[in-house]
Design a binder for this molecule. Structure first.
Ligand SMILES: N[C@@H](CCC(=O)N[C@@H](CS)C(=O)NCC(=O)O)C(=O)O
Length: 295
């Protein structure tokens, strides 16, 4: 079982969780449940009364425990915040400040061994036991199977969703990441790298555009594949992309942006992202994120 990071994290129970009036799980997930003491023997009179057949009562169902969501507001984090909001299941956000290096804390590595966000811990996992999941694609598939939403059970439909989900996870995300790095953050301007990744991103937009011509969503019906892609299209201008050149993507992007679940998902942690940047901490973040050595 995975353990929660030991450092204090700001956490917030989502609007969805508040709606289902589930209390936030304040106990660290590493804490084992305390064994209950045996009840004292009942007095005789009580035993007599109890020997009468009691009217059968149905035990009240325990409310589901909120999903613990390890998050920072970035395109990979948004995939899962959108899915959680779209599904309307209770969740508790635990921020992992990747600019401060919290993704490398030993306790977090037990949940996310690749030291990246997002990750989740579901205390109500298979067999009623806790499970942790890292990698955004695996999380989306897990939540889709758990809730039966946005991830079809029919094999043909599921293959289509998987194709576009993996296309995003292995193609669009990493290539946009490289383009962003060389276009905005590299300490020196390397025209070869800028051109290579800007062209590759444009090629991927063209692939997506062909797919979305005559279709509302990537796999026909709205699915986790669309949620995975949306956050990567939000910063299209920084990628050197003019959406007017990709009318299918543009229409899809607008359609997605109108969904309340997408709007709520993208808004999770917006306050952290839009906090005023102090130059020193921005430089420290850049050092943490851009100068990683193998560990
Ligand atoms: N393949 C991973 C990628 C996750 C990823 O790269 N997350 C970024 C934020 S968008 C991160 O945690 N970066 C921290 C770092 O680079 O140290 C997934 O899809 O979950």
């Amino acid at each position: 079982m995975a353990a929660a990071p030991s450092r204090k994290k700001s956490s917030r129970v989502s609007a969805a969780a508040a709606r289902s009036s589930v209390k936030s799980a304040k106990t660290p997930i590493s804490k084992k449940p305390v064994a209950k003491a045996k009840p004292a023997p009942a007095p005789k009179a009580a035993v007599k009364a109890a020997s009468k057949p009691a009217p059968k009562s149905i035990p009240a169902a325990r409310p589901p425990k909120p999903i613990e969501f390890y998050y920072w507001p970035t395109p990979n984090g948004w995939k899962v915040s959108i899915m959680l909001e779209e599904c309307g299941i209770p969740y508790e956000t635990k921020t992992v400040n990747i600019g401060r290096g919290e993704q490398f804390l030993p306790d977090y590595l037990k949940i996310s061994p690749n030291s990246r966000i997002p990750a989740i811990v579901d205390q109500d996992g298979p067999g009623g036991k806790a499970i942790s999941v890292f990698e955004s694609g695996a999380i989306l598939q897990y939540l889709g199977r758990k809730t039966g939403k946005f991830y079809p059970a029919d094999e043909r439909a599921r293959v289509e969703v998987d194709e576009w989900l993996f296309w995003q996870v292995a193609g669009l995300g990493p290539m946009v990441g490289q383009a962003n790095h060389f276009r905005q953050f590299a300490p020196e301007s390397i025209p070869y790298a800028i051109e290579r990744y800007t062209h590759e991103v444009a090629r991927l937009y063209a692939v997506m555009d062909r797919r979305l011509t005559g279709r509302d969503y990537l796999a026909g019906k709205y699915s986790v594949a669309d949620m995975a892609c949306y956050g990567w299209i939000v910063p299209h201008q920084q990628q050197g992309i003019n959406l007017a050149n990709y009318p299918g993507v543009k229409a899809w992007f607008e359609r997605m942006g109108e969904r309340p679940g997408v709007q709520r998902g993208i808004a999770v942690g917006r306050d952290i992202r839009s906090a005023p940047i102090d130059l020193r901490s921005a430089q420290d973040s850049r050092r943490v994120l851009m100068n990683q050595k193998p560990r």
